[in-house]
Design a protein around this ligand. Structure first.
Ligand code: BDP
Length: 745
């Protein structure tokens, strides 16, 4: 058991794993020990050092079960047996099973090698092609780190079996069994086979070597480069465990705006120390590589990817990494984007750059994740079109071990964007969707916005690349274009805060990302229910209400921030709060006015044939649903069309009325969320209930600010009166324009 988790748990799992070497103490000794522990706890809580429920344990709290779930656990988790060998990952699966069942049952789970012939035992079994055949389930097909969970009858005895072909698969299956005990009242009918849909399920940390996190709202980096490798924070084990519990199997340690220093030998030793912690949990580490590293730390005078010396430098460097770092996975690269160096500096293409690194990694079976997030200040083309224009012609030119990482939308992680036109447009290249878990454009840490809804919308979006049903999910899992190399990335929201993510509800976004990376066809609602049951309470009344709060939260944010297809209306630089008026940035596409194009005549960005024609980058059937201003779904209207203020929507409202209506609705939704949360007090511990309540109040105030500032600005350009009954903004436009946030994270 890990020290920092133990410290945070109130009435946590008191059971030590059997194999960890328990010593038997005499009765008196035991009594004395207990008194000692109680006194210690008392002293700690008096000093305020016991963090009862501060969110640190995430969804891995394993509260004691009650009612039918508890009775079921009693019947089905009497003891366990194992079949496999004692590799570290296998031992972790055993440890998790003992820890989880021990805590939920309030008694230890016995390890009994002979219980394979007893009722109520759990079998952990790994390897072997026969698998479940001896239980009559020979048809089960496992892939990679997939697993099977079955309720079986063996020699007349009822048991549960977790079966996998790999140790990591067994660990995943064990975590799933523990989830099932908390959420499924019909364990006796368990028959579940689960295979990962994508190969690389990746968290991208935008963490800098000085401990600061770009777009991080949960404290400092959990990677303490300064004290590594001599001191390895035990929290890294908790972090690895949390990732493994949701199937995440890769982490990029450093910011895409990379510092070349991370590739120096001293830093590689630090990377190695992190990798060692991650390895038994099935997690590979990756690094963001700065393209100009051969110049900055290699003493060369060029980083031209076709220069033999440069190629040799990367080959040597890559070999050195693999000699130093256990379980290294490869490189993530941001090149020729927002001032980063890249192959374009030498007149070479993105494919030239990616392939050079791919060649260096090939002999180690490593991969390159090359980002398609590019746009340039000297390119007058609509920013939404630039990535497609640059990457589509390169389809078929990338080496086999390159994935092109594509943000979900063509601009930048907005509250809502149509899917990126590159999805479906590069059939010969594995594309890796990139989602943002940290809420850069969605109110930072304090707004409750469940991103599962956003992720699901993107994954279910139909590109029509091969007719109807060509969803982004099918591109992510490789099934549409028959790619074996597949992946999906999420920009992490994790930091040093006790709750890891800046708020209890932000943990749900990390969780949903992991679950959807494993299965991009999963439902965001199912995931929410599962998360709530583990994180707060399995009481159906609680889950019902809290699910509603979470499911409405994303649309609420779209409404109070950027309704009707507006985008990028956030404050300059920090992206916090409304600033639709900003027009003084040196690059046109850094100005919110570039996106809203509001003037006396109307509002919206014309991306049809009469405008930038970004529409033409989509497949005809996809484009057709957005081309007509009268039939387009309102939620994308101003993304694709510039319309007069008096333009009538399908519901009869003018755009001007509808805009205001959406802002009002967004604020009202947050108020409704506040009320619902208030009603859930009896289900949630005081600490977490109160924190969420306060955060919701911040969100309520900021939703109001978004509404008021946006209406004040758009009214200043439309010159239209507010519709009857609409409350005017609290302050005049000048007030909102004068607000400054020099210390925003
Ligand atoms: C934007 C962020 C910026 C990142 C960039 C990227 O504002 O900090 O560096 O994306 O993804 O969302 O490279």
């Amino acid at each position: 058991m890990n020290a920092s988790l133990r410290h945070s748990r109130e009435g946590g799992n008191p059971w030590t794993p059997a194999f960890a070497g328990v010593t038997t103490v005499g009765r008196n000794n035991a009594l004395l020990k207990r008194i000692e522990v109680l006194l210690c706890l008392l002293a700690l809580s008096v000093c305020g050092l016991v963090h009862a429920e501060d969110g640190h344990e995430l969804w891995l709290r394993y509260p004691k079960l009650s009612g039918e779930l508890a009775a079921q656990l009693e019947r089905h988790a009497v003891s366990y047996w194992v079949s496999g060998n004692f590799f570290p990952t296998f031992m972790l699966a055993r440890q998790e099973l003992e820890r989880g069942v021990g805590a939920m049952a309030g008694r230890p789970l016995k390890y009994d090698p002979f219980s394979a012939n007893a009722d109520g035992s759990i079998g952990l079994t790994v390897g072997g092609d026969r698998g479940l055949a001896e239980f009559g389930h020979s048809e089960v097909l496992l892939q990679g780190d997939g697993f099977a969970l079955y309720a079986v009858t063996r020699n007349g005895h009822h048991q549960l079996v977790v079966w996998a072909k790999t140790h990591v698969g067994l660990l995943y299956g064990t975590f799933e069994l523990l989830r099932q005990f908390q959420t499924n009242p019909h364990i006796d009918q368990l028959a579940l086979v689960s295979n990962p849909a994508t190969q690389l399920r990746m968290l991208d940390h935008w963490d800098n070597l000085d401990g600061k996190i770009e777009r991080g709202y949960a404290g400092r980096s959990i990677f303490d480069w300064w004290r590594l490798p001599d001191y390895v924070d035990p929290r890294l084990t908790d972090y690895a465990r949390a990732n493994a519990s949701i199937g995440i199997n890769g982490i990029v340690l450093n910011n895409v705006n990379a510092n070349a220093r991370v590739l120096t030998h001293d830093y590689l030793l630090k990377v190695a120390a992190i990798a060692k912690v991650m390895e038994p949990w099935g997690i590979k580490v990756y690094l963001s590589a700065r393209f100009s590293a051969p110049k900055e730390i290699g003493g060369l005078n060029t980083a031209d990817p076709l220069d033999p010396q440069v190629r040799k430098w990367w080959q040597d460097k890559t070999d050195e990494i693999y000699n130093t770092v256990l379980n290294f996975g490869g490189f993530l690269v941001k090149a020729n984007s927002e001032g980063q160096p890249g192959p374009g500096d030498y007149g070479r293409t993105h494919a030239d750059g990616a392939n050079m690194l791919a060649a260096a990694l090939a002999r180690h079976h490593g991969v390159v994740m090359w980002r398609a997030f590019v746009y340039s200040d000297v390119n007058p083309e609509d920013r939404a079109k630039q990535a497609y224009s640059e990457f589509k012609p390169l389809d078929g030119k990338f080496a086999d071990n390159v994935l092109v990482q594509v943000k979900n939308g063509a601009i930048d992680f907005q509250p809502r964007e149509p899917f990126h036109p590159l999805f479906g447009a590069m059939p010969k290249t594995p594309l890796m969707p990139e989602l943002q878990i940290t809420k850069e454009y969605l109110g930072f840490a304090t707004h409750l916005v469940y991103l599962g809804k956003l992720f699901e919308e993107v994954l279910q979006a139909d590109t029509y690349a091969h007719g109807a049903g060509s969803t982004v999910a099918k591109i992510a899992d490789g099934s549409l274009e028959h790619h074996a190399l597949t992946g999906i990335a999420g920009v992490a929201n994790i930091g040093s805060d006790r709750d890891w993510s800046g708020s209890d509800f932000n943990q749900a976004n990390w969780y949903a990302f992991g679950r959807l990376a494993w299965n991009p066809y999963d439902s965001s609602e199912r995931i929410v229910r599962e998360w709530l049951a583990q994180t707060f309470s399995a009481d159906p009344a609680f889950i019902e209400q809290a699910t509603q709060i979470m499911l409405r939260s994303r649309e609420a944010a779209v409404d109070y921030m950027t309704p009707l297809g507006l985008a990028h209306q956030m404050g300059t630089g920090h992206h916090y709060g409304p600033a639709p008026w900003v027009n003084d940035q040196k690059r046109p596409e850094w100005n919110p006015v570039y996106y809203n194009r509001a003037d006396a005549n109307g509002i919206g960005f014309d991306r049809t044939a009469t405008g930038s024609d970004a529409l033409a980058q989509y497949f005809p059937q996809a484009a057709a649903q957005w081309a007509d201003v009268n039939t387009i779904d309102d939620k994308y209207l101003l993304w694709f069309h510039h319309v007069p203020w008096q333009h009538k929507l399908k519901n009869g409202q003018t755009v001007w009325q509808a805009l205001i209506d959406h802002y009002d609705h967004g604020v009202a939704e947050v108020e409704a969320m506040q009320q619902q949360w208030e009603g859930l007090q009896s289900y949630v511990d005081a600490e977490r209930h109160d924190k969420t309540k306060r955060f919701l109040q911040i969100q309520r105030n900021e939703a109001q600010w978004w509404r008021d500032a946006s209406i004040a600005y758009f009214q200043s350009v439309s010159k239209l009166p507010l519709p009857a009954g609409v409350r005017p903004p609290e302050h005049d436009l000048g007030y909102y324009q004068a607000l400054r946030f020099p210390d925003a994270p």
